[in-house]
Ligand binder design. Structure first.
Ligand code: G16
Length: 545
């Protein structure tokens, strides 16, 4: 038996999880006892965890392997029964959610800072998912934070490292550590949802090709297995397919800015029919057709409109849920289907109750996230397979499918403007100034726009009745347009201001407008009302998606 050590420690006061777990710079996590404090605080809050099963793995970013060895030894000292670890310490976020559910685990620890850059100077993160497979709700993350502010000791086993590169079973005292293939359960789930033979037939025509850019992050092996091996998509379908600790120096966020190399390929004359990418931990997706970009908000609406043609959703949707800043395109589909559309705060954790209660089947966020009740996380490759199934059935181009959708439901022009790495105090003040203006804005007219609602979004969860307030400044206009301002909860440097802009256009003759042009008066108004240029001294956003 290896000995259990009790280590004295002092609290760090900055371990409050944000939109999606605790995210800090790698070097911040490497401070003395920093990771250990957080993990012990987590175990201290999980009543009844002794003897139970946990899933553990990460997106392979720098510090992943070291962190896993530390967590395994703390888990053993806390008498966790069994830990299922991904081969090489790797696990995509959706695969963790899948394995938690499939193997009926108590919960799972995901080591990832998602779409944030990696490497020694990059970011690291820890997220806890509960037994339903989804991110822990705020009641749990707040309890962990409260505990982390008081912690004065943690327990750790003195033992050799577990060889993560070999599949099989090991022991750390009474704790069984099983190194498993993280792809198997998730791939079987995908086969149960989508018509693989129909998709395979599409690739077999020889006229349909695609690229999937794994951005040197976690999804490379998953995409190779599903797209290249099981669906016959061809050997060079997956680009940047090897997970690297620094993501090859890239920023693994699949959008028009950071996914530029794929975008460039998809805008060439010889571009394939479909282009897709996923992020650091595999839960986000970007979908492109030949010379055509599908906005994530439209993506959710289009998946919902075609769900009845997909085997896993043939019996219909219970409801749709979207985060508040996501465009209202999905609401129009929900209305046509006569099902409810829920509006939640930003962050996947808010969808969990709706999915568990059977109130929603599909969920999505404007930040390149979509998923369904198959898991309790968003799932990048699931979205790609959904599109492949639609394309295999419709035998039309991505662009044709989207344009047909707009013609039927109208187009919600939509864009997000991010101002990254701003001074925190000034940015908080900008939001506070807007908050103060809210009562005076209702009823005000700006050019053709009259404000009908101005508030700070608050969510009443219809399942557990909890209330979450302060979730973003909303300005809604008479014609359905919206401007939303909120601060990011996932950054690790300064503050990021996000401005979300949306305008509905029913006239098909106007659907060809360029998005920033279609939104130009709202963009000006958003700047004017928040005095963004004056207060941030930025002439333009860092990232426009
Ligand atoms: C951002 C996005 C959210 C998303 C969150 C976590 O949060 O805006 O929609 O839920 O990232 O995504 P992931 O799990 O892929 O990191 P924020 O607070 O920075 O706006």
């Amino acid at each position: 038996m290896n000995s259990i050590h009790t280590i004295s420690t002092t609290p760090y006061l900055d371990q409050r999880p944000g939109t999606s777990g605790l995210r800090k710079k790698v070097k911040h996590f490497q401070q003395l006892h920093y990771l250990e404090n957080f993990i012990q605080s987590l175990f201290d809050c999980l009543e009844g965890i002794a003897g139970k099963t946990l899933i553990l793995g990460g997106d392979g970013r720098y510090y992943n392997q070291e962190a896993i060895q530390i967590i395994l030894k703390i888990a053993a000292a806390n008498k966790i029964g069994r830990v299922l670890v991904g081969h090489h310490g790797l696990f995509s976020t959706p695969a963790v959610s899948c394995v938690i559910r499939h193997r009926k685990a108590f919960g799972g620890i995901i080591l990832s800072a998602s779409h944030n850059p990696g490497g020694i100077n990059g970011d690291f993160g820890v997220k806890y998912n509960t037994s339903h497979g989804g991110p822990a709700p705020e009641s749990v993350t707040e309890a962990i934070y409260a505990r982390s502010k008081k912690i004065d000791r943690y327990f750790i086993l003195k033992a050799d490292d577990i060889p993560l590169d070999t599949l099989g079973t090991h022991h750390l005292n009474e704790t069984v550590v099983e190194v498993i293939n993280p792809i198997t359960d998730w791939a079987a789930l995908m086969e149960s949802l989508f018509d693989f033979s129909k998709i395979k037939a599409l690739f077999d025509t020889g006229a349909f090709h695609m690229y999937f850019d794994a951005m040197n992050a976690i999804t490379g092996p998953y995409a190779k297995e599903i797209l290249e091996h099981r669906l016959g998509a061809g050997p060079n379908t997956v680009l940047n397919g090897d997970p690297l600790p620094d993501f090859g120096g890239g920023h693994p966020d699949p959008n028009l800015v950071y996914g530029k190399s794929l975008v460039t390929k998809m805008y060439r004359a010889n571009a394939p029919s479909l282009g897709a990418a996923s992020d650091g931990d595999g839960d986000r997706n970007m979908i492109l057709g030949k010379r055509f970009f599908v906005t994530p908000s439209d993506n959710l609406a289009i998946l919902a409109a075609h769900a009845h043609t997909i085997p896993g959703y043939r019996s219909g949707l219970a409801g749709i849920a979207r985060s508040m800043p996501t465009s209202q395109a999905a609401d129009r589909v929900a209305k046509a289907l006569e099902i409810e559309c829920f509006e939640t705060p930003t962050g996947w954790k808010f969808f969990g109750n709706l999915l568990d209660a059977g109130k929603a089947t599909l969920c999505g966020e404007e930040s390149f996230g979509a998923g369904s009740n198959h898991l309790r996380e968003k799932d990048g490759l699931w979205s790609v397979l959904f599109w492949l199934n639609i394309l295999a059935t419709q035998r039309q181009s991505v662009e044709a499918i989207v344009r047909k959708h707009w013609a039927k439901y109208g187009r919600n022009f939509y864009s997000r403007h991010d101002y990254e790495n701003l001074p925190s105090d000034q940015t908080q003040q900008l939001i506070e100034d807007l908050r103060q203006q809210l009562p005076n804005l209702i009823g005000k007219q700006f050019n053709q726009h009259q404000i009908t609602l101005a508030d700070d979004f608050s969510y009443h969860d219809p399942v557990d009745q909890s209330i979450t307030s302060g979730q973003g400044i909303r300005l809604c206009f008479e014609d359905g347009s919206r401007i939303i301002y909120r601060l990011s909860g996932t950054g690790t440097e300064g503050a990021t201001l996000r401005v979300y802009l949306e305008r509905f256009e029913p006239d098909p003759n106007q659907h060809g407008l360029e998005t920033q042009i279609a939104l130009s008066d709202l963009i000006q108004l958003a700047n004017h009302l928040a005095q963004i240029k004056q207060k941030t001294h930025r002439i333009e956003p860092t990232v426009i998606t």
